[in-house]
Design a protein around this ligand. Structure first.
Ligand SMILES: *[C@@H]1O[C@H](CO)[C@@H](O)[C@H](O)[C@H]1NC(C)=O
Ligand SMILES: *[C@@H]1O[C@H](CO)[C@@H](O)[C@H](O)[C@H]1NC(C)=O
Length: 245
């Protein structure tokens, strides 16, 4: 009996001790949580105040500065639209034939950027240039794209020292900046891509270009043997169909 009682006493003591410890920890954590809550509240209030300040700043901006920024953007857009209208009125946006050497100078005078294809009727390679230039004329309205019968332009071809047909003269602000002579710069093949020609013209800064000016667009493909063999087959087919055109 005595032993049993002792056990009970020890047990209850132990229980009370445990209970107290638990109660104190609860109190402590309560306090801790309260403190945390207060801290979070304070942070939230600070953030709210900062947000209010930002909003006030935005409100202030909205009335004056924001309107000015919007107006400036609008003016830029209008300016660009007007510029585009002028280009289109000047014959940009399509690939056309110019008639005679006199017109060449008129065209140079009117357009900051000009690509002039010197062609001959009996050259199938000229038709390949025609195909690509037609596409590029539509894409690059900032530049005028024209073609000119080389046989009807002895003065110009002599003056510009054009000996190979086809040759593209790349003209910027009344000055011939560069020439694309045959397909040599285009991988020396008939089935070069429009992108390749676009890149070549862009290198002379006669069109606006957003791609990588240092790397030709087909550089990666050229290294692949598989694609190369496919291209060779396609190239033959292309020149066949061009000849029969
Ligand atoms: C260029 O155009 C302007 C007007 O747009 C004209 O006065 C001038 O004579 C032209 N110059 C040439 C070389 O055609
Ligand atoms: C070409 O030069 C003429 C004057 O010789 C000039 O009036 C015209 O603006 C120039 N054109 C371009 C596109 O720079």
């Amino acid at each position: 009996m005595v032993l049993d009682l002792n056990v009970t006493v020890i047990t209850s003591k132990h229980f009370i001790y445990n209970f107290c410890i638990t109660y104190i920890s609860v109190l402590i954590s309560r306090n801790f949580i309260d403190n945390m809550e207060r801290a979070i509240q304070q942070i939230a209030q600070t953030m709210e105040r900062q947000l209010d300040l930002e909003l006030e700043k935005l409100d202030a901006l909205d009335s004056g500065d924001l309107e000015a920024i919007r107006q400036q953007r609008l003016n830029e857009m209008k300016q660009r639209a007007k510029q585009k209208q002028e280009w289109l009125a000047n014959g940009h946006g399509e690939y056309t034939e110019i008639d005679g050497e006199k017109e060449f100078f008129t065209v140079c005078n009117k357009s900051e950027n000009l690509v002039c294809h010197f062609y001959r009727h009996d050259s199938p390679r000229c038709r390949i240039f025609d195909m690509h230039l037609k596409i590029l004329a539509k894409k690059h309205v900032e530049t005028r794209f024209v073609k000119m019968d080389a046989e009807k332009a002895p003065f110009l071809t002599g003056r510009l020292k054009i000996r190979v047909i086809p040759t593209l003269a790349l003209v910027k602000a009344n000055k011939t900046k560069d020439f694309v002579v045959g397909f040599t710069d285009l991988g020396n093949r008939d089935d070069f891509s429009t992108e390749m020609l676009e890149w070549r013209i862009a290198r002379s800064e006669v069109i606006e270009y957003s791609g990588d000016i240092l790397t030709p667009p087909t550089e990666g493909k050229k290294k692949s043997v598989h694609i190369q063999s496919k291209k060779a087959i396609r190239g033959r087919q292309d020149s066949d169909s061009d000849l029969s055109d």
